[in-house]
Design a protein around this ligand. Structure first.
Ligand code: NAG
Ligand code: NAG
Ligand code: NAG
Length: 503
């Protein structure tokens, strides 16, 4: 993270107090945004750069053209900047002298003051269907790279190009992901070869929002859900993004490029849409982006790409009022034009709360505690019902989990009549079993213990809880104990949870 200069001290204003309230500490300083500017009401780029640096954890920005004013605004911020060559310039960039001229005009004057790290040659070029653009894409990338090398910048600045998921002809199940025939061997294979030889990532724009229906909304939003089983791998996918990433991975792997890094160049969720549009809204947008950031930074990876993290760029920094198309297109922004958050997504710095427009950081510490979202998950965390959660909500959690766990380990058998955990026969005790079973089975993601805010994660040594809560929810802790002691029946179930990782 770049160092910031010491700013002037200001008395907190109502606005800064608001910022403190919405601050969170969910990320570990690795999140990017797309800074689109199809709007007539945005603040000046210098103000935007200062705001991102001082008030947010955003440390990467992608812009959609090589706009010198924007590039210059990020000078001396340390923020990593990606610029995009507009699609219509691609054919000309295959000409070396044009490419050299391009680097001389748009890159060299601003580097290294502005931390330019990547040039994207066009955007979703294969989806344009334009044969000239598609045919010159890889040559343009190669030529631009040669021009960078000529300026001794090829080791500092990468070249790539982002794709829509439309490049896949098959995406379900994820293990059967394939690129469109015709593009696969003739365009994508050389493209992937170029990326590998220049140590650059493959970039994609996955949007679960555009792929979801009423039935798959929870799946798209990383909320608890039944998931989808990939019959080839027997892997159960519990969020759509993982399935999309793994479909792309499978397609790359079938061409021999499973080793390349994948970058999420765009993804997001609109805070407003047409009434008929499933899922658009502030609450869902906040949830998607928050869960997204946790997930991509968690180091969990995806089922087919374990332990990877994904450099990710949220679309978009601002709502863009001049964008054509349906309402949602103008409402993907994290911030309004006055730099107020469109919703609380946890990217404001916890201790620095400022609107660049009116004040510098205050000395007020954040009341928020890290929730462990960015932390590596391990054994030693359990999901329990929150103190005071009402019985109806807990019953709903039980019903939900028992549906979701069908076929996974013993499911809810233990809390059904005759099961080991049937007693104590109270909703609270059964919920304690069910919620933790779900959390462990899904891989201990914080969001798997949310249960519409009735769940809480605890790291308290279960042996202490055993004494304390024996009559309330002992099965949760029996689960832990049996597991630790002799790896018995509970351990079979915990093949998905504690035992696998804890031993
Ligand atoms: C290549 O680019 C240079 C510089 O822009 C231009 O003068 C030249 O005509 C171009 N060559 C071709 C074949 O288009
Ligand atoms: C992923 O990380 C875990 C825990 O560190 C390790 O045991 C496992 O081997 C890793 N898997 C891969 C494929 O690297
Ligand atoms: C953030 O990253 C640093 C360095 O990788 C690590 O030491 C720290 O524990 C991380 N913090 C969180 C909250 O994940």
């Amino acid at each position: 993270m770049a160092a910031s200069s010491s700013p002037p001290h200001h008395v907190p204003t109502a606005l800064t107090l608001l910022f403190i309230l919405v601050s969170a500490t969910t990320t570990n300083g690795s999140i990017g945004v797309n800074y689109g500017t199809v709007a007539d009401d945005l603040p000046p780029p210098g103000e935007v750069a200062r705001f991102l640096l001082q008030s947010t954890v955003i440390n990467r920005v992608r812009i959609f053209d090589p706009n010198p004013e924007l590039i210059q605004a990020f000078a001396h911020t340390g923020i990593q900047i990606t610029v995009t060559v507009p699609n219509d310039q691609i054919p000309r960039l295959a000409n070396l002298s044009f490419a050299q001229q391009w680097i001389k005009s748009y890159i060299q004057p601003y580097f290294p003051a502005t931390n330019l790290v990547r040039i994207l040659v066009g955007n979703e070029v294969l989806s344009t269907g334009n044969r000239l653009l598609i045919g010159t894409l890889v040559p343009a990338m190669q030529t631009l790279h040669a021009a960078l090398a000529g300026a001794s910048l090829d080791r500092r600045i990468q070249i790539s190009t982002p794709h829509s998921l439309g490049i896949l002809s098959a995406s379900t199940p994820p293990s059967a992901g394939k690129f469109h025939g015709g593009y696969d061997v003739h365009i994508l294979k050389p493209l992937l070869g170029f990326l590998r030889s220049t140590n650059s990532p493959f970039m994609i724009n996955p949007y679960p929002f555009f792929g979801c229906s009423e039935e798959t909304l929870d799946y798209a939003l990383f909320r608890p859900n039944l998931g989808f089983l990939d019959p080839n791998t027997r892997i159960r996918y519990t969020n759509m993004l993982d399935a999309q990433l793994d479909a792309v991975f499978s397609a790359m792997k079938s061409l021999g490029f499973g080793d390349l890094e994948i970058v999420i160049a765009e993804t997001g969720w609109p805070s407003k849409g047409e009434p008929s549009q499933i899922g658009a809204g502030q609450e869902n947008a906040a949830q998607y982006n928050r869960n997204l950031m946790r997930h991509v930074n968690s180091g969990d990876g995806t089922p087919l790409m374990p332990n990877r993290t994904f450099e990710t760029y949220i679309f978009s920094l601002f709502n863009e009022d001049l964008k054509p198309g349906p309402t949602c297109e103008r409402n993907f922004g994290l911030f309004g034009p006055d730099l107020t958050p469109a919703y609380d997504v946890g990217i404001l710095r916890p201790t620095v709360s400022t609107a660049a427009r009116s004040s510098g950081p205050t000395a007020t510490p954040s009341p928020a505690e890290p929730d462990g979202g960015g932390e590596r998950k391990g054994a030693g965390k359990w999901c329990v019902a929150k103190e005071g959660a009402d019985v109806d909500s807990l019953q709903r959690n039980i019903d939900y989990v028992c549906g979701a766990l069908v076929g996974l380990g013993p499911g809810c058998g233990p809390i059904q009549e005759g099961g080991e955990c049937f007693f104590p026969d109270t909703v609270r005790a059964h919920a304690a079993y069910a919620m933790n079973a779900f959390y462990q089975a899904m891989g201990r993601n914080d969001y798997d213990c949310d249960f519409r805010r009735t769940g809480a994660i605890t790291a308290v040594d279960p042996s202490l809880l055993l004494l304390k809560l024996r009559f309330d929810s002992f099965c949760v802790y029996a689960f832990i104990f049996t597991c630790d002691d002799d790896g018995g029946r509970w351990c079979n179930f915990a093949g998905y949870g504690n035992c696998k990782y804890g031993h």
